[in-house]
Design a protein around this ligand. Sequence first.
Ligand SMILES: Nc1ncnc2c1ncn2[C@@H]1O[C@H](COP(=O)(O)OP(=O)(O)OP(=O)(O)O)[C@@H](O)[C@H]1O
Length: 394
Amino acid sequence: MTASPAAAPGPPGSPGSTGSPGSSDSTGSSDSTDGPGPSPSPAFAGAPLLSARAARVAFPGRRGAGPARAVDGVDLGIRPGEIVALVGESGCGKTTLARVLLGLVEPTAGRVSFDGRPLDYSGRSLKAYRKRVQLVLQDPSGSLNPRHTVYDAVAEGLRIHGYDGDERAAVAKALSRTGLRPPERFFLRYPHELSGGQRQRVVIAGALVLEPELLVADEPVASLDASVRGEILALLLRLRAELGLAALVVTHDLGLAWNIADRVAVMYLGRIVEIGAVEQVLTAPRHPYTQALLSVLPKAPGDPVVLTGEPPDPTRVPEGCRFHTRCQILLGGEADRAGVADACRTRDLEILDGGGAGGDGDGGKDTVGQVACHWAHAREARGPSGPSAPPLRA
Ligand SMILES: Nc1ncnc2c1ncn2[C@@H]1O[C@H](COP(=O)(O)OP(=O)(O)OP(=O)(O)O)[C@@H](O)[C@H]1O
């Protein structure tokens, strides 16, 4: 086991609460990485493994309200072996988007494709799809049945999918992959006999046993002690290195995104408003919303951006840029000075994500590459002599 700094790293100014990959738990496994910070991003080439194109999900609204546009025009591609972190405040649509990508919710518009083929929502092919894309939930205590042994918990997926190979060998292999070794020592244990980190490994083994190509991990370390978070992050990175496993990691925690992701997608009110390499998005954010999220981290430079205006409500998505009613750039007059205030109030932008390869300006009228912000585009088009970078305050 590799010793690692006690404090987690994270983007500049992060609280350091995530736990860096390589910190220890009692598992006796050997997950470690070369140290804190974003792992060097491999080059991801070729077509996305999993993609959403203009995906929308609208739920019936509360009485008297319009439909809740939980996912409202999302374009995202995840390439084989790539780890994408999906971040944003509570209620922005992260879980709904994750459920769309898992095939648990059929989009009301747009489409999801896997391996180049649109998802078929009829029973049999959906079942086959769900083998290839597995979910890891945030709370191992909640997702493990206390009356099931580790063996049964891990074998459950095999039984659901009618696996006809050597079940015992498959369970042992999955447990081994998560660092629970020797696996047989864990077969007859119950969840209450395990540490939190070991329970999360069992949950991950239950996902791995079907040999998926992509994991959707919903807050995978949120319920764990800081001391074991790093172990689980290191495990996910090791699985990517060894198995080429891709992952979408849904999280509120920008420190976690920094530690694990190749790219970060920032979601606001049902739509991805910025996406890019983790180093770029978390150290040089282009969207005012991303800037605001980063500004409230405890050690962030400058003053925190206090977002004013109506809290986001998916039954009342504003006309124009969906962030404009709270945008510190528009409200502070910067957008006027850049000559884009009218566009902010009248035109929303939709990101076209090529799964890591896209640049800006690759779309049609109201679509852009990596940041959905008129002001950011105007500023960047004018270069260093254009309007200055925003102060990180309201
Ligand atoms: N089944 C549903 N019926 C109606 N509205 C829903 C339903 N599921 C989600 N919503 C609404 O859709 C919006 C997005 O919810 P979602 O759970 O996807 O957000 P989230 O970003 O994952 O939030 P959190 O981080 O708190 O889990 C919320 O306003 C939520 O109230």
